[in-house]
Ligand binder design. Structure first.
Ligand SMILES: Nc1ncnc2c1ncn2[C@@H]1O[C@H](COP(=O)(O)OP(=O)(O)OP(=O)(O)O)[C@@H](O)[C@H]1O
Ligand SMILES: [Mg+2]
Length: 452
């Protein structure tokens, strides 16, 4: 800012009022001189103010320039006709062209041939609504495309009238790179997760096989042991038969019989055969149980009576159980569903079996099975009065191989298979909760008519 003291001083006009000009004239001169002095000092003041404003303007301009040049987003300011008025350093850097070359050119010339038609719409579109994150490519001086996410907003003059638009663009290169990295990381995570699941499956399969092997081991060793004993007995009997062929004396025969301990063996044979049969029966049961978990072939849907299917499933379970719970079977006998009857049967067998297992130690076991018909579905609840299910377990019930039962007693596949059948094959749902009065409640929802 200039120092006012450096301005030329007001000339001394008093010399103009010389003697002999008369009193009236002097006064007129003095007033003229005073006015001129006042005007002159006003002028000086204006000059100072102007210079101050000018300096402030220059400061503001420098500030705007520094903000614009430090922006990482590109900035293009256009007039109403779409001619470039100003751009920032980020743009000149992004497309490798000087701002002096760009001023006055149509802004559409900044875009690639492919993006230019879309960019040409901005000028009209921005009058109605802001343009937000439109992907378009700027054209670099050496021909390559520079991908940007473009935003446009209208520019208003001091009368609030539309006077052009402002385009800003965020370089997409970095975003894309970050997105690609994220994608790769996600894919790697998925692969790792798959491997983890796979190894967990293998481990689970190992546990299942170990459980089954353990369970089969007992009856098979019994059968083996019994068969070896029977073979030994067989050779003694053969010795006896061979021995008595030359002996006619009954006393001698009896001695041989005693010596070979035939009577003790005879007493043993019955239990040995029973034990072997029992062992074979147990092996058969284990195999049947495993078969229960193999998902049957896709079945056709058919109309069936839910009451009947539930009763049969209940009989199946109770026949092989030592427990005789108090039963409530509250299903409308005329309720007919159209669904996969075999799958529904299999789900119910699993639910009933679990309930019966859970009530093993209940003082007065009671099982309630109820079906309520809704508009286009039926809700079947299976409720027991066992110990219920721990909160943590509620989330894992349907995991394959999740079991709280002793090795060989449960494989942990019952609910996993049932859930799959209910949701994927029967188009229904299956969930579990603890009943308020204790015990577990399983809720199976099925459509009245499953469309295939
Ligand atoms: N009614 C129930 N009350 C309490 N716990 C239950 C009940 N039903 C299931 N569970 C729990 O859920 C676990 C998983 O059940 P699931 O039927 O999948 O396997 P499992 O019965 O252990 O073995 P599997 O059915 O293969 O013979 C059970 O071990 C048991 O701990
Ligand atoms: Mg089960």
């Amino acid at each position: 800012m200039s120092d006012p003291s450096s301005y030329p001083a007001m000339p001394d006009l008093s010399a103009l009022t010389g003697p002999g000009n008369g009193g009236m004239e002097d006064e007129a001169w003095i007033s003229v001189i005073q006015k001129m002095e006042a005007i002159y000092s006003d002028l000086l003041r204006y000059q100072v103010e102007l210079e101050e404003k000018n300096a402030a303007l220059e400061n503001a301009q420098r500030f705007i320039d520094s903000v614009m040049s430090s922006m990482s987003d590109v900035l293009i300011v256009c007039d109403v006709n779409g001619h470039i008025m100003q751009v920032n350093a980020a743009l000149t850097c992004a497309i490798g062209t000087d701002s002096a070359e760009l001023t006055g050119r149509p802004y559409t010339s900044l875009f690639t041939r492919h993006s230019a038609p879309r960019a040409a719409d901005f000028l009209q579109q921005v009058r109605q609504e802001a343009v937000v994150d439109v992907e378009a490519d700027l054209q670099h001086k050496d021909g390559h495309a520079v991908p940007m996410a473009i935003n446009c907003s209208p520019r208003l003059n001091h009368n609030n009238r539309y006077s052009g638009m402002v385009l800003t663009g965020r370089p997409l290169g970095e975003l894309r790179r970050a997105y690609d990295q994220l994608n790769t990381a996600h894919a790697e995570l998925k692969t790792a997760q798959k491997q983890l699941i796979q190894s967990e499956k293998m481990a689970s399969l190992g546990r299942l096989v170990a459980g089954v092997a353990h369970e089969l081991n007992n009856p098979i060793s019994i059968v083996y042991g019994n068969m070896y004993a029977l073979r030994r007995y067989e050779s003694r009997f053969r010795d006896f038969v061979d021995g008595i062929s030359g002996i006619t004396d009954p006393a001698e025969q009896a001695r041989l019989r005693r010596e070979l301990r035939l009577d003790a063996m005879l007493k043993d044979i019955g239990p040995l055969i029973d034990g072997s049969l029992e062992g074979a029966e147990r092996v058969n049961q284990i195999v049947q149980n495993l078969l229960r978990f193999s998902i049957p072939q896709q079945q056709e849907t058919s109309a069936f009576n839910l009451h009947k299917v539930a009763s049969t499933a209940l009989q199946w379970v109770l026949r092989s159980s030592a427990l005789s719970p108090a039963l409530t079977l509250d299903i409308d006998p005329s309720l007919t569903l159209k669904n996969h009857e075999g799958y529904v049967h299999q789900i119910l067998v699993n639910l009933f079996q679990n309930a019966v297992d859970a009530m093993e130690t209940s003082p007065a076991p009671a099982l309630q099975v109820r079906a309520v018909k809704e508009q286009d579905s039926v809700t079947l609840t299976v409720q027991d009065n066992g110990p219920g299910i721990a909160e943590n377990d509620l989330l894992r019930l349907y995991d394959p191989f999740f079991t709280r039962k002793a090795v060989g007693k449960g494989t942990g596949l019952g609910l996993y298979i049932s859930y799959g059948l209910a949701t994927e094959q029967c188009n229904g749902s299956l969930r579990a909760e603890n009943a308020e009065q204790g015990g577990a409640r399983f809720i199976l929802q099925l459509p009245l008519e499953e469309e295939v």
